[in-house]
Design a protein around this ligand. Structure first.
Ligand SMILES: Cc1ncc(C[n+]2csc(CCOP(=O)(O)OP(=O)(O)O)c2C)c(N)n1
Length: 194
């Protein structure tokens, strides 16, 4: 599965669900398809997207929150899976783009998932029940609806190609983090957890 295709699929299902992404090319790809809205906070450093979403989901139990994270970034904060299992925020969806590498810095920079670590098994082992691995767009299409609507917490591990060149369809640069952070925090205040 190509990461940009998966990201387009996710963007189509997402609507305006507040989303925080990890760093790297995924940010540019989602920014290119989602645009300049205030509902995505892009490009958080490794490994902050998931812990930030965990806190946000607990603070706003009525609102679905999505973390979009690379495998390398999640591995840097693997303990967050134990916290998700422990506090069980039903409104949290974690989507891991597992390309078995730190691909933004080179497809040959392999991560531990290239040498056998199964992040879905780790999540299950921590006690998270709704964990799905998808390897094709058809599988992703089937699970994305429930994973963004039904009570979780959900962990979707999307096995994607390790692509370290920007896709020619996605020509925008990364958004400005300061501007985006202000827009995102204003959006949260306005939406008041609904
Ligand atoms: C704390 C920290 N160290 C290093 C970086 C530089 N960096 C940006 S993207 C990236 C690779 C991230 O790998 P992964 O999360 O697997 O995403 P991928 O690039 O494969 O999409 C690195 C090392 C960073 N953003 N934050």
């Amino acid at each position: 599965m190509k990461r940009p295709d998966f990201i387009e699929l996710f963007a189509r299902h997402r609507g305006d669900i507040p989303t925080i992404t990890g760093p790297g090319l995924m940010t540019r790809e989602l920014f290119a398809v989602t645009g300049d809205g205030d509902t995505v906070l892009y490009n958080m450093e490794m490994p902050y997207a998931t812990p930030m979403c965990m806190g946000l989901a607990m603070a706003r139990p009525q609102q679905r929150i999505v973390a979009l994270e690379g495998d390398g970034s999640l591995i840097m904060a693997l303990g967050v899976l134990t916290t998700i299992a422990r506090y069980h925020p039903e409104n949290l969806t974690l989507i891991v783009l597992d390309n078995e590498s730190y691909s933004t810095f080179g497809a040959d920079m392999v991560s531990a998932t290239a040498t056998g670590v199964d992040l879905a098994a780790v999540a299950r082992g921590c006690g998270i029940e709704k964990v799905v691995t998808v390897t094709t767009l058809d599988q992703a299409e089937q699970v994305m609806g429930p994973a963004l609507k039904e009570p979780g917490p959900w962990v979707i591990v999307a096995k994607v190609d390790s692509q370290s060149e920007p896709d020619p369809r996605f020509v925008r640069n990364s958004p400005d983090v300061t501007e985006q952070s202000l827009d995102f925090s204003r959006m949260l205040r306005r939406s008041n957890g609904q």
